[in-house]
Design a protein around this ligand. Structure first.
Ligand SMILES: *Cc1c(COP(=O)(O)O)cnc(C)c1O
Length: 356
């Protein structure tokens, strides 16, 4: 069988969830949207079931899968509903929708609900993607409170730059949140992973860790709290052929890489159809039998090539790690002008194996 696979360490996932809880001391929604950032939502939710205070997903389809699998915790729909017809199922399965715009507000006010809902009301505190303006927020909050359609209202916002502590933007958003929600009761939820790790003053009552659960840091620099995370996904394969190539010879499509010396080139069963980024540059780090070397040449659909010249002990069958323990996915991502989130979400074709 083809040796490419993703090994998912569920005990590392639990370690990271516990770290989020211990840093904040508050309730934590495990964000398992987008198939748990490529890690497998059902397996990840099962591994966290006995301790997760709740889950968060981006759409009702994902929430229903969790309910079918038997998860009884609160499940927050981070974008609420997309069509008012979803409200019936939201009620029946006791899902907790975010309301982030006036269309949803009208849907709810006009709906004939079988029971009132736990609603998370989103404020646009400066990111300008979702949420009610500071001017509208208190009115909307009071309208909902008086509507008889909600049992609780959680005050929610989202930070645009919590991963960039020096910009001053998070302080401004925090201030905007406090001003717009002053006098409005209810739990508060502001923090994604970067907020959990770097903004203790913003923890509120519910945190919403996503990427940190999967062991990747949201920061582009070393950060003390993030250094305690354990990678969950190991993307692994093997060397399936080795070639000795003379100096000044091109390797792979488009001849992007040309050997500067006589080189031993390893062919690895991993390509962009597996989710490895095609834009990874020459020099992107790769581990072969635990030793660092680099990608050379363009990534193709099913294969990529690495330089084994300085790793004489390696060869046919050598173990290759593309990211995971020993090789930070964020570092690989930076060589492909992206972020670990996208590497994980793009995972494709490779079978996932779970270890607990
Ligand atoms: C995805 C998402 C999160 C999790 O973000 P991370 O950066 O992965 O921790 C939190 N809150 C909202 C509203 C989200 O959409």
């Amino acid at each position: 069988m083809r040796p490419a696979r993703a090994l998912i360490d569920l005990s590392a996932l639990r370690h990271n969830y516990r770290l989020a809880k211990s840093l904040s001391g508050c309730r934590a929604l495990a964000v398992v949207k987008a198939n748990a950032y490529g890690h497998g939502a059902l397996a990840c939710a099962a591994a966290l079931d006995s301790e997760a205070d709740g889950f968060a997903v981006s759409a009702i389809e994902e929430a229903l899968q969790l309910r079918e699998a038997g998860h009884r915790q609160p499940i927050v729909l981070l974008e609420g509903w997309f069509e008012a017809s979803e409200l019936e199922l939201i009620c029946r399965h006791q899902l907790w929708p975010v309301i982030h715009h006036h269309g949803q507000l009208q849907d709810l006010l006009q709906a004939d609900l079988s029971q009132p809902l736990h609603v998370w009301l989103k404020l646009d505190s400066g990111m300008h993607r979702t949420g009610f303006s500071a001017a509208d927020y208190p009115t909307v909050w009071r309208q909902l409170q008086a509507s008889g359609k909600v049992t609780s209202l959680t005050r929610m916002t989202h930070f645009a730059r919590a991963d960039e502590p020096e910009t001053g933007r998070t302080e401004q958003q925090l201030e905007a949140f406090e001003q717009a929600t002053v006098g409005l009761e209810g739990p508060a939820s502001l923090c994604n992973s970067a907020g959990v790790l770097a903004w203790p003053q913003a923890h509120g009552d519910w945190i919403r860790p996503g990427i940190m659960l999967y062991g990747a840091s949201p920061f582009g620099f070393p950060q003390p709290q993030a250094s305690q995370l354990q990678p969950v996904m190991q993307l692994d394969s093997r060397v399936i052929a080795v070639h000795q190539i003379a100096a000044s010879e091109p390797i792979g499509y488009g001849s992007r890489f040309v050997t500067g010396r006589p080189s031993r080139i390893g062919l690895v069963a991993m390509g962009y159809a597996d989710g490895y980024p095609r834009h990874a540059r020459d020099g992107t780090p790769v581990l072969v039998d635990g030793q660092r070397t680099t990608l050379v040449g363009r990534v193709s659909m099913d294969m990529l090539t690495v330089d084994l010249t300085d790793l004489p002990g390696t060869g046919l069958g050598s173990h290759v790690r593309l990211w995971g323990k020993g090789l930070d996915a964020g570092e690989v991502a930076s060589h492909a002008d992206t972020i670990s989130y996208q590497l994980f979400c793009n995972l494709n074709r490779v079978p996932r194996h779970y270890q607990d």
